[in-house]
Design a protein around this ligand. Structure first.
Ligand code: GCB
Length: 593
């Protein structure tokens, strides 16, 4: 599936804006066929956005089940004779889509795109009614997992991860056109040898028997640097300008489907020429050791929830530059593609994560005070959950494999990782990821309960990724004991011979809360906590990455350990710096101020 784009042969029309919206708390709309006509008793909601925080209404915020969206759009007159597609960049967590009275597609998983060929259901120049039912329920079969509880007060969603279960149409919706004979897939793999580069490409095409494929690579000035013929090939780039951290140099790969002298279809893919490799305890980008500085982030904003927003895309990146962050992890799900495009153009390094979070029932029992159930079993995360996870990996790699910014796949966050069941569950998922993309290392973020000596999954991973909270969930307020414990554990991990990225470390901090003697929740404690971690990191060569948890404060479900959400942000939710931001800036930029 190629993204919608405007090219000499393709066009797109955005469906973003205000849509009609109706919650379906009793779950009657599917039976009643709400897509068959104008949706009744609606209010307007913006797309893209989560619906939860728009109305200051607990029934909307905590809704469990179906939510209906509807809009109309006129198919451009000029699209006669073209294929017409309806594409959703995401619908969280699943959706069914109708064009007028006809179901055209359904999709499972809240953070990857899907589309339907609607050519047979539209007439160029005429309007269509687009109806979508978006369902936000998390179950043992979904990624992430959860459980819907029936209570006397209605249905309640329980989930095992630490961020609010925002739902809705979080990303853009498109109507777009392609020719009937068309390119439908492209993969690039890049290489570097001295000052020459290679761009290996492979395209898929439909209805293309007897047609030719031509590939033209242009540099950032638009100058043609290499060409090739055929559905796959290797372009040689003499005097290559590599993509590198801090400098997102991109070439354009123009792919054309041709019929003799005639152009049938055309698609342009930005390409960064770079290599990624794990060698010993180093993480190499373009053959040079790379150290990750930055954050685990979230897609999370006041009012919008997880709705993608270009304003905050630009602003967050500016703050990351200001502070000296060179990278981030898409905790805990694939982010909007606009975010990766921006990272590509700006040389920001990305650890790309699936939505597999909350697969740890020991942690869930501890955090939610629930009886412990097995994580991986026929009654909990079983075959269906495994299949959904494998599909989530397939869709993530298919969507993001051509982004130079993405250097490492994270296939899960803090899963159970110390049991036979976890090994049986994860080994095939690591294999699958490598089979889908042999060019990037693969890892998962390990949780403290499976500390060094206990974890059994790291043997499948190329990089050790650790989320650690010594000084917070353990040894809270005692940074001396925390420092000893952290150093002892990291020293153990360092003997594994793999690079270590500390993918989370952080302390909840209420902005404006100050203490003379640093105590948990104060700005001073956050600073001393992070400084303690840095002392330890600097003593252990295998540590090649530090990602503070979190870039900004973010919304969570209710709970006694959260005050208006998770406060481990280095910035507040509205992006004001806490004292730790200035400290990090001194460390990461080496500016002394
Ligand atoms: C973690 C999780 C993250 C939480 C964080 C916390 O280990 O990966 O999702 O938000 O801890 O603050 O507890």
């Amino acid at each position: 599936m190629l993204r919608p784009q405007d090219s000499p042969t393709r066009e797109r029309r955005s469906l973003d804006g205000l849509w009609q919206f109706r919650l379906d708390p009793d779950g009657v709309g599917r039976e009643a066929g709400w897509w068959r006509g104008r949706l009744q008793e609606t209010r307007e909601v913006p797309v893209p956005a989560s619906y939860n925080d728009l109305f200051a209404d607990a029934a909307v915020r905590d809704h469990v089940g179906d939510a209906w969206y509807q809009t109309t759009v006129r198919v451009p007159r000029g699209w006669a004779g073209q294929r017409v597609l309806l594409r959703f960049d995401a619908a969280t967590h699943r959706a069914v889509v109708w064009v007028d009275d006809v179901e055209v597609t359904r999709h499972e998983g809240g953070y990857t795109p899907f589309e339907a060929d609607v050519t047979a259901h539209v007439r160029p120049g005429e309007p269509i009614r687009v109806t979508v039912v978006v369902n936000n329920e998390l179950t043992w079969e979904s990624v992430p997992p959860g459980e819907v509880e029936e209570t006397p007060r209605g249905r309640r969603q329980v989930y095992f991860h630490d961020f609010f279960n925002y739902a809705g149409l979080h990303r853009s919706v498109w109507l777009h056109s392609t020719p009937h004979a068309h390119l439908d897939d492209v993969t690039v793999v890049t290489g570097l040898a001295g000052d020459s580069g290679t761009v290996e490409y492979r395209v898929g095409a439909v209805g293309a028997d007897g047609l030719g494929v031509r590939a033209v690579l242009r540099d950032a000035e638009g100058v043609e640097v290499a060409t090739a013929e055929g559905a796959s090939g290797v372009l040689q780039v003499a005097g290559v300008h590599p993509w590198r951290p801090g400098e997102g140099y991109l070439y354009d790969l123009e792919l054309s489907l041709t019929d003799g002298p005639d152009l049938v279809d055309s698609y342009v893919l930005p390409v960064g020429v770079r290599t990624v490799e794990v060698r010993g305890q180093q993480f190499l980008i373009n053959g040079e050791p790379f150290s990750f500085t930055g954050f685990g982030k979230h897609e999370d904003l006041p009012v919008r929830g997880k709705g993608h927003d270009d304003v905050f895309l630009v602003h967050d990146a500016a703050l990351m530059r200001w502070i000296g962050a060179n990278s981030f992890r898409t905790a805990h799900y694939p982010y909007a593609e606009e975010v990766l495009d921006f990272a590509d153009r700006n040389g920001i390094v990305v650890i790309d994560e699936t939505a597999a979070v909350g697969q740890n029932m020991t942690l869930a029992a501890f955090a939610l005070g629930r009886p412990k159930v097995p994580t991986f079993s026929a009654e909990t995360i079983g075959e269906a959950g495994h299949a959904a996870h494998a599909q989530a990996i397939r869709e993530l790699v298919a969507r993001d494999r051509n982004h130079p910014s993405v250097v490492l796949w994270s296939i899960a966050n803090e899963p159970e990782s110390d049991t036979d069941e976890a090994c049986a569950y994860f080994e095939p998922l690591f294999d699958l990821t490598r089979e889908l993309d042999p060019t990037r290392p693969v890892g998962f973020a390990n949780m403290m309960f499976s500390a060094y000596g206990k974890d059994r999954l790291h043997r499948y991973a190329d990089v050790v990724m650790l989320n650690r909270y010594y000084g917070w969930y353990r040894h809270a307020g005692d940074l001396v004991a925390a420092e000893e414990a952290l150093e002892a554990e990291l020293t153990g991990w360092a003997t594994e011979g793999k690079p270590i990225i500390v993918t989370e470390y952080g302390a909840d901090t209420v902005a404006g809360l100050h203490q003379v003697t640093p105590l948990p929740w104060s700005e001073e404690y956050q600073v001393e906590f992070l400084e303690m971690y840095h002392r330890v990191f600097d003593r252990i060569d295998a540590v090649v990455g530090e990602h503070v948890w979190n870039f900004a404060d973010f919304a969570t479900g209710p709970g006694t350990s959260r005050v208006d959400g998770n406060r481990k942000g280095v910035f507040t939710r509205d992006r004001r710096p806490k004292a730790a931001a200035h400290m990090l800036r001194r460390r990461w930029r080496g500016t002394g101020g």
